[in-house]
Design a protein around this ligand. Structure first.
Ligand code: HEM
Length: 144
């Protein structure tokens, strides 16, 4: 039986380096203007390092979605280090990411990519709970 899970579907053709660039730059435009997320990014990423951060995020999504191998970093550490990351912030991040996806990818690619982002966000939340000695067994995946 074919797998109908959106997270496992192959790209439908709207995912390439150009649309990933539009996704990353569009998303951070929204995130920086957002009252919840904007102050965190402004505090954590000095102005002169923004081009580097954006390039890193393009490499991350290129590696994740196109298997390009362009990203060589470790995604988890910054998300363990930020003290205020809670479900409200993760929920807002996913919401803005989903909104941007619908602007740059066709619907099938947007659906598979948001499913992937939700799983990554969940892995960050699980890791945070573990590091803080909290019980993570009841932690449900946040949906955009
Ligand atoms: C509330 C939600 C989030 C906040 C506030 C947040 C914030 C940050 C900050 C401040 C950094 C460090 C910036 C830098 O040094 O360049 C970062 C890095 C990163 N974030 Fe997030 N993030 C969030 C959620 C996510 C999610 C859901 C994903 C993936 C789906 C993600 C993927 C990454 C990656 C790949 C990096 C680069 C790590 C590295 O190689 O240094 N983030 N994030």
């Amino acid at each position: 039986m074919p797998d109908s899970s959106p997270s496992l579907s192959v790209p439908h053709g709207s995912i390439n380096e150009d649309t990933i660039h539009a996704l990353v730059h569009g998303f951070y435009g929204k995130a920086m203007a957002d009252p919840l997320l904007g102050p965190i990014f402004a505090r954590e990423v000095p102005a002169e390092l923004w081009p580097h951060h954006l390039e890193k995020m393009c490499a991350f999504w290129s590696s994740t979605l196109l298997k390009s191998g362009r990203y060589h970093g470790r995604p988890l550490p910054p998300h363990l280090a930020l003290p205020e990351l809670d479900d409200r912030l993760f929920g807002r991040w996913l919401q803005l990411f989903k909104e941007t996806l619908s602007e740059v990818f066709v619907a099938e690619d947007a659906a598979s990519t948001i499913a992937l982002a939700e799983r990554i966000a969940h892995s960050f939340r699980l890791a945070r709970a573990f590091h803080e000695g909290r019980d993570s067994t009841g932690l449900r995946m946040l949906k955009a």
